[in-house]
Design a protein around this ligand. Structure first.
Ligand SMILES: CCCCCCCCCCCCCCCC(=O)SCCNC(=O)CCNC(=O)[C@H](O)C(C)(C)COP(=O)(O)OP(=O)(O)OC[C@H]1O[C@@H](n2cnc3c(N)ncnc32)[C@H](O)[C@@H]1OP(=O)(O)O
Length: 175
């Protein structure tokens, strides 16, 4: 498969922050922003692989600044690194107070997507290569983040096995 540059997958969505996406603080719901992040990141992953993808994980989403009603929010995403079937996507969200032009980075996040075939099985993706300084930095550090994800996934699996599938109202609540 032919290698592709990070820029090939760039996806951007700018929207006006309006009710009903705002809460009682007059700011954007965190869950709405997370849904937008997943949406834009998925488009970047499909642009890179040109195959159906699933979200395998989100590292963390830190809400660094509130996004106020009336502001705009711009979510951008691109593939930073690939292994065999998985793709790491970096996302940055910038909020802008439209009347003053003041901008703040309100969130950054890393998500991992896996390309799947018609049976939902992981399938190989093309390699990605960085061009800009920022892309190179993200690309170089990606294997360390992937290693952390591997450990986290293993811990999550361990916890899932330990908790089992009982509903909370079942009598056996001891772990
Ligand atoms: C009408 C039709 C239109 C079609 C038009 C086409 C366009 C279509 C666009 C769709 C765009 C929408 C995007 C929706 C995005 C969702 O909303 S998807 C819903 C939420 N996600 C899910 O339900 C995923 C559920 N999980 C799974 O299906 C499986 O666990 C996975 C993720 C496919 C992995 O499968 P597995 O058999 O466990 O695979 P395994 O061999 O262990 O690992 C495969 C790769 O995944 C990586 N991986 C697995 N788990 C993790 C993890 N937790 N963290 C990081 N990496 C992981 C592994 O490291 C490995 O990477 P590589 O070394 O191959 O690069």
């Amino acid at each position: 498969m032919e290698k592709k540059p990070c820029s090939n997958s760039l996806a951007v969505k700018t929207s006006h922050v309006l009710p009903p996406d705002t809460n009682t603080h007059g700011t954007l719901f965190g869950g709405k922003l997370m849904a937008d992040i997943d949406d834009v990141a998925a488009i970047a992953a499909v642009r890179h692989s040109r195959q159906p993808v699933v979200t395998a994980s989100t590292d963390s989403v830190d809400f660094l600044a509130p996004v106020k009603e009336g502001d705009s929010i711009c979510v951008e995403a691109f593939v930073t690194w690939t292994r065999n079937t998985s793709m790491e996507v970096f996302v940055k969200a910038v909020t802008e107070e439209l009347l003053t032009g003041e901008r703040k980075v309100c969130t950054t996040a890393f998500l991992t997507f896996v390309a799947v075939d018609e049976n939902g099985k992981p399938t190989p993706v093309p390699e990605v290569y960085p061009e800009t300084e920022l892309e190179k930095l993200l690309h170089e550090n990606a294997p360390l983040r992937a290693e952390e994800r591997k450990k986290r996934r293993s811990n999550s699996k361990g916890l899932a096995d330990r908790f089992g599938t009982n509903y909370p109202w079942h009598s056996e609540r001891n772990l």
